[in-house]
Design a protein around this ligand. Structure first.
Ligand code: KIV
Length: 266
């Protein structure tokens, strides 16, 4: 795969070609996923749950994400690497700059942070400092204790309107990408159409510019035995992990995933 850059990803949105993203935490899977055509590897703070066995992403430290980003960088062959800023590592703009420096030096091409309007100033400063930023909207798992659980967001019309406005404001602040999690499918599509930057969805229907899944989920692995409705097990019917990764890429590119039953209604 040729090296994927931000320009490639913006071009895919303009062409209407779906972008394929997957979480990844180590060199072997980075090699396998990038060879299968996964365009973006997310070193997500889900590592706290799927690798470390915590029940939320809150215990994850910048050191953890930097370590796994460096591992992913070693195996990657051309994908665009996004690293998560973990809980409380970007509470102030100065802290965001410091934490981001660590992740970019470890090999990230972009950082992702969770929140909405309050992120605008940090996004502006990071962008001015040469860092592409992805803002994560909707279900923001680092705020699970405020949200009262891992629940679909934006069903209330007032909140839905706030989310569309936040997406536009964060694009204006310099965000180069948005990730929307667990939103009603029509709202996620509306957000994708309201901004020029690529919008990647998880549990947000087929109307976004791309899709992301947690690696362990799409391989049918679960510590808790609970699988969210937006997940499909791509190992089913395949004889290897490599074919499962290729099947995921083909399903997203071809529009077969997500299907209607993977999404949420308004
Ligand atoms: O941390 C992560 O893996 C994520 C995904 C749930 C999109 O943000």
């Amino acid at each position: 795969m040729p090296n994927i850059t931000l320009t490639t990803l913006q071009g895919l949105k303009q062409l209407g070609e779906k972008i394929v993203m997957l979480t990844c935490y180590d060199a072997t899977f980075a090699q396998a996923a990038s060879a299968a055509g996964v365009e973006m590897l997310l070193v997500g703070d889900t590592l706290g749950m799927v690798l470390h066995g915590h029940d939320s992403t809150l215990p994850v430290e910048v050191d953890d994400v930097a370590y796994h980003t460096a591992c992913v960088k070693r195996g990657n062959t051309g994908a665009f690497i996004v690293a998560d800023l973990p809980f409380m590592s970007y509470a102030t703009t100065e802290q965001a700059l410091q934490s981001t420096g660590r992740l970019m030096k470890a090999g990230a091409h972009m950082v992702k942070l969770e929140g909405d309007l309050w992120l605008a100033e940090s996004i502006r400063r990071l962008t001015e400092n040469g860092v592409p930023v992805c803002a994560h909207l909707g279900l923001t798992p680092q705020s699970v204790n405020v949200l009262g659980g891992f629940k679909v967001q934006g069903r209330d019309p007032v909140r839905a309107r706030q989310l569309v406005e936040a997406a536009i404001t964060l694009e204006e602040a310099g965000a180069a990408m948005l990730l929307v999690e667990c939103l009603p499918s029509p709202l996620a599509e509306q957000i994708s159409q309201a901004v020029r930057i690529p919008v990647i969805g998880i549990g947000a229907g087929a109307g976004t510019d791309g899709q992301v899944l947690v690696l362990h989920d799409m391989l049918g692995l679960s510590l808790t035995g609970r699988t969210p409705k937006f997940v499909r097990n791509f190992l089913t019917g395949q004889d290897s992990i490599q074919s499962a990764l290729q099947a995921y890429v083909a399903a997203v590119k071809g529009g077969a995933f997500p299907a209607v039953e993977h999404g949420y209604s308004t």
